[in-house]
Design a protein around this ligand. Structure first.
Ligand SMILES: [Zn+2]
Length: 284
């Protein structure tokens, strides 16, 4: 690959094994210097997100979408419970609004930004203040917390967008992002071939690791407060990948999981930096 690394300007990359599940023409590269994972090219059509591209040709089933996200939305509200209480919160890339719907009873005010245009009626039915672009928010409206759950990896210019979001923060405000980790144990230690041919997606333009998020913060002119390692999928899911080479183990083999086991597994993976998910906090 002859493009420079987005984060560190490095020019040396190694090709990662695996396939981009929806586009066989793309290759997966990892920067030798900082570990940023990127695709050989960006192949997202114009207005892709506005026109529900992520849902393909399927009709938009908002209730089903909310159901799929419910576990994550509840985890996020609990994780951020202290920060959202009595504050003004903006969720950037809010999708069907599951997080802000669940958070709003604790907050002073919630709002969202979402490109997807077919959700407009859903927002007004639920009395949610959601705009399509950051610039559609009133100029003087500021937030104590701006969240972006599984959004930053979709952006062509993530640092530019983080910088733009930071202009909507109160002086002590924070931006908290959740992203898939480039160092997921299934890819880096277990070397699951099936997973490496399933997880990469043309919409995920970048996969970050805990160390290179400092570079992202610097590029956006922000401070990195902390990075937390979170495991979304339990041990049953990983055993199923390794045994059957297929997703869904957390449903099919859920009998293997318990809260204690999931917590212990997450803690071990976190201590090794090998969880599937990272949460990072940025401030001005
Ligand atoms: Zn790099």
């Amino acid at each position: 690959m002859n493009k420079k690394c987005y984060l560190c300007d490095g020019t040396e990359h190694i090709q990662r094994p695996g396939k981009v599940r929806d586009n066989p023409n793309l290759d997966i590269f990892e920067c030798v210097n900082c570990g940023l994972v990127t695709l050989s090219e960006t192949a997202i059509p114009q207005n892709f997100y506005e026109l529900s591209g992520m849902h393909g040709d399927n009709p938009l089933d908002i209730d089903e979408w909310l159901r799929q996200l419910e576990r994550d939305d509840l985890r996020r509200v609990e994780y951020l419970s202290d920060i959202i209480t009595n504050t003004c919160v903006l969720d950037f890339g809010c999708g069907p609004g599951g997080f802000i719907l669940k958070a709003r009873s604790k907050t002073k005010q919630v709002a969202g930004v979402e490109l997807e245009s077919r959700l407009a009626d859903h927002y007004s039915d639920n009395n949610l203040n959601v705009v399509q672009n950051i610039n559609d928010l009133p100029e003087n409206q500021k937030f104590d917390l701006i969240t972006a759950f599984h959004v930053v990896e979709h952006l062509e210019q993530p640092a530019t967008i983080l910088k733009e979001l930071s202009s909507k923060l109160n002086p002590h405000g924070k931006i908290i992002i959740e992203i898939p980790s480039a160092n997921d144990v299934l890819l880096t230690l277990y070397n699951s071939k099936s997973f490496s041919e399933f997880t990469y997606w043309s919409c995920h333009l970048f996969l970050f690791n805990a160390a290179n998020l400092k570079l992202l913060a610097k590029k956006a002119g922000l401070k990195l407060d902390f990075v937390d390692h979170v495991q979304r999928y339990p041990l049953s899911n990983h055993l199923h990948w390794l045994s059957k080479g297929a997703p869904g183990g957390h449903q099919k083999w859920s009998v293997l999981d318990s809260d204690d086991l999931s917590k212990a597994y997450e803690a071990r993976l976190a201590s090794l930096g090998l969880t599937d998910t990272l949460i990072a906090s940025f401030s001005i």
